[in-house]
Write a protein that binds this ligand. Structure first.
Ligand SMILES: NC(=O)c1ncn([C@@H]2O[C@H](COP(=O)(O)O)[C@@H](O)[C@H]2O)c1NC=O
Length: 511
């Protein structure tokens, strides 16, 4: 009996050539409608699945290969006499090679004008059934889901007449990853469609974007995966114009920088070190903004990651060029700016689209043995929640400054304190185990500029010691969530020093 190959693919790239090789190796080719046509057009003999099953493709292709005359051939063990006898009894031919790829569900739902009907029709049923059957029976069947593997299969068949067991197992594992990812994508789409907020299972899928040289430290192995159809405003969607490959730490820091710069509509520049901002500046143009971000902390910016929300021009590039930086991310670079910055061999220059940066994804954080899923902290200041707790109201300039501080403090690791003026940060205290410790760091870093500056705190003051430290340093206004049982003590302390203190009613922990 002739060996049989079953080919049914949506992505028809290379399939005719693959079929031709199989034919020349003595295989009888069996195919579904469109695939059969593509193969026949290339002059390769091919028989239709309907000729095998004696049943037409029905329901506009919803049922074509779902038939025991096909699945019996995929699932029978070739070395099992009972299975062989059953195949003979029912006149089923065994299938040695299966080549299937699926309806383009992902590409379909990526279309902006996709209808639910269109999405549903692109859920492949028969394909995954054939893939899973063949992969289950991989001891006997060679199954190819990825056109990249056509060559390996043909080479091995030509050299040894068989595909070796290790390759067959790898191909089968690839199939199960493929069908699992395919179903995860459908599950995500359907869950959204059904407006289910919290599901009993989380089935997300990611694809390898980059094999990383190492993780947080050189002894840790690491990879970078991207979410298919994920947010476009993402480091996973960046185009690298220049410089060394991104590292694990670069990616985390770049993500942190993007989350901060996203807070601003006007020209803004953000410098990040170890996922905390070390300088944030806003200005009349991007040069002005970057100059302020740089001046905010000209020491910590060394080796930092910079995100800017306007095109980098020559003037800004010249200033950026003076500093040792790891990465610069912007919507674009002018040709002149690019030329200036490309002078630095290792400096990574990235662009990402700043448009369409709406995020509906969940932030996933892994813990050993589990995963935490939460919304991104996209909450801004809501007028309705804001109260001025002190006798003195902030001045107009203080308000501007408090709003800037509040935008930044959200992105600083808790306990977080930001000291700033109306267009730049001056001191940032991050990740201390007590709030007054962060305040002292921020105040010290601000130096003389603390005089007349404002302070933002990501969470309420459990005691009045931070207010006291701020007032003594020369801070004139504070923004914080409020809500401590000792709020009154902090208010009294602020009143005593003539400070204005605003409660936001919302906290911004970040761990
Ligand atoms: N329903 C079935 O029996 C069935 N059998 C194979 N398919 C899919 O049909 C596609 C190929 O179709 P065609 O050869 O007609 O272009 C493949 O992506 C394959 O996964 C099916 N379609 C979807 O469910």
């Amino acid at each position: 009996m002739k060996k049989r190959a079953l080919i049914s693919v949506s992505d028809k790239n290379g399939v005719a050539a693959f079929a031709k090789e199989l034919h020349e190796l003595g295989f009888e080719i069996v195919s579904t409608g469109g695939t059969k046509k593509a193969i026949a057009e290339a002059g390769v003999p091919v028989i239709g699945v309907s000729d095998v099953t004696g049943f037409p493709e029905i329901l506009e292709g919803r049922v074509k290969t779902l038939n025991p005359l096909i699945h019996g051939g995929l699932l029978a063990k070739f070395d099992d006499s009972s299975h062989q006898a059953q195949l003979e009894k029912h006149q089923i031919n065994p299938i040695q090679v299966v080549c299937v790829n699926l309806y383009p569900f992902q590409q379909t739902i990526a279309k902006p004008d996709v209808t639910v009907e269109d999405a549903i029709e692109n859920i492949d049923i028969g394909g995954p059934a054939m893939l899973r059957a063949s992969a289950k029976n991989h001891a006997h069947v060679t199954v190819v889901v990825d056109p990249i593997d056509y060559e390996t299969v043909i080479t091995q068949l030509k050299e040894n007449d068989i595909v070796d067991a290790v390759t067959k197992r790898k191909l089968a594992a690839k199939v199960f990853r493929h069908t699992a990812a395919y179903d995860a994508m459908i599950a995500e789409y359907m869950t959204e469609l059904a407006e289910e907020e919290q599901s009993e299972k989380l089935t997300v899928t990611y694809e390898l974007k980059q094999a990383l040289r190492y993780g947080e430290n050189p002894h840790q192995k690491a990879s970078f995966y991207r979410k298919p159809l994920g947010s476009v405003f993402s480091i996973a969607n960046a185009t690298q114009l220049h410089g060394k490959e991104l590292s694990y730490n670069n990616i985390n820091d770049a993500d942190a920088a993007l989350q901060i710069v996203k807070e601003f509509d006007g020209p803004a520049a953000v410098a990040v070190k170890h996922m905390n901002p070390c300088g944030v500046g806003i200005g009349t143009d991007i040069y002005d903004a970057f100059s302020k971000a740089f001046a905010a902390d000209p020491v910590s910016i060394f080796g930092g990651i910079i995100a800017l929300n306007r095109e980098v021009n020559a003037q800004t590039a010249t200033k950026l060029h003076e500093i040792f930086l790891e990465i610069i991310i912007a919507p674009s670079f002018s040709a002149e700016a690019l030329e200036i910055l490309q002078g630095k061999k290792n400096l990574r220059l990235l662009t990402i689209p700043f448009e369409g940066n709406k995020k509906t994804e969940k932030r996933l954080t892994s813990i050993e043995g589990g995963l935490l899923a939460q919304d991104y902290d996209t909450y801004g200041l809501e007028e309705a929640n804001i109260t001025v707790a002190t006798t003195r109201e902030p001045t107009e300039e203080e308000w501007q400054s408090l709003k800037l501080g509040w935008k930044v403090v959200k992105h600083v690791k808790s306990n977080a304190i930001v000291v700033n003026n109306s267009d730049q940060t001056l001191g940032i205290g991050a990740g201390q185990m007590n709030r007054v410790g962060s305040a002292k760091i921020a105040i010290e870093q601000a130096g003389k500029a603390v005089e007349g500056a404002t302070m933002a705190s990501d969470a309420f003051f459990p005691m009045n010691d931070t207010v006291e430290a701020a007032a003594k340093a020369g801070i004139t206004a504070i923004i914080q969530p409020g809500g401590s049982i000792k709020d009154q003590e902090s208010i009294e302390k602020a009143n005593e020093y003539g400070l204005a203190m605003v409660f936001t009613g919302v906290r911004h922990f970040k761990h």
